[in-house]
Design a protein around this ligand. Sequence first.
Ligand code: ADP
Ligand code: MG
Length: 367
Amino acid sequence: MSVLQLDKLVKRYDSVPVLHGIDLTINQGEFLVLIGPSGCGKSTLLRMLAGLEDITSGSLTLDGKEINDVPSQHRDFSMVFQSYALYPHLTVYENIAFGLKIRKADQAHIDKMINWAADILKLTPLLDRTPKQLSGGQCQRVAMGRALVREPKLFLFDEPLSNLDAKLRIQMRAEMKTLHLKLKTTTVYVTHDQVEAMTLADRIVVMNDGIIEQIGSPLELYDNPINLFVAGFLGAPAISFIRGIVQLQGAQLGVAVPSSADNEQGAFIELPDASSVVVGQELVLGIRPEFFQLEDAAQHNHKQKVTVKFVEAMGAETYIHGLMCGQDIIAKTNLRLAYQPGQVIEVGVDLSALHVFDAKSGLKLAN
Ligand code: ADP
Ligand code: MG
């Protein structure tokens, strides 16, 4: 069931267009993540949902009723921002209670809700402290508590974890997920962190420059990005892009990758399915890091020469940064390979996992 429906939502500041007509359905109970580079319009869109920004044109519908002009305080949404904006002179208890007091909830209800939220967010021992006696992560949980006790129809989060250090961010990410599994409140969550998007979202909306590039589950987007932008945006380490031109060698259509200082022959990469390409077409091949094969490379059907630039040993995984015909690649392996910079290695490529894009349009071809 849909909760919020966005139809051709447009935002202009004076005459400057920021959102170009956003169509999106947000379903009951889902965790929807908006992701995109800085400045693409994520916060603006979230603020329009919250009623904190006017809608220039288009319609926003909640449970079948247009709410374009319904003021923020009547929308029954709770928003948590990147900066927690806690009241410094109020205790944790008072900060969380603030919204309920304004709405003149009775004291018994306030106590009940605060005990419930404090329990979920592990804030019970901290209720008498003031914000300056709390860590960043604790402040963030207080901001969450304030949103939670209102029992809103919708949570709106704008990069709520981006002020936290890396370790805490990962911990809070897990807590957000647990909380959502428990409460099932419909959530729209803005981030520019693709790991957060992949791990939290039921569906991800990839935005770029005021438009939606693609919507899908994390793995749908990872496995089947519709264009170069989405392919490059999701995935860590990033997908490698190899540019070349379609050629016929014997009876085989493939991509000829021009020669370079590190590979004077250049390369020829066969296309498993060449039904949607023509000779002479410029292509970009996308290879995810796990589809480079470093184990027994000589055994693999398709091999390429790679010049190692440097190696990142993460413990469980090792990332090899290198050049293939002068083009940057990143390969990932579970092996602990101690390659030296400058070393030339042979790497298998799993051609069945190639993403093939038209270089001019950036669109993914049907392989
Ligand atoms: P994001 O959250 O994706 O980083 P924003 O929604 O904050 O992006 O901003 C999108 C674009 O709108 C940016 O180019 C920004 O400069 C512009 N913008 C945001 N707020 C205003 C404003 N109040 N007046 C004019 N331009 C704005
Ligand atoms: Mg923003």
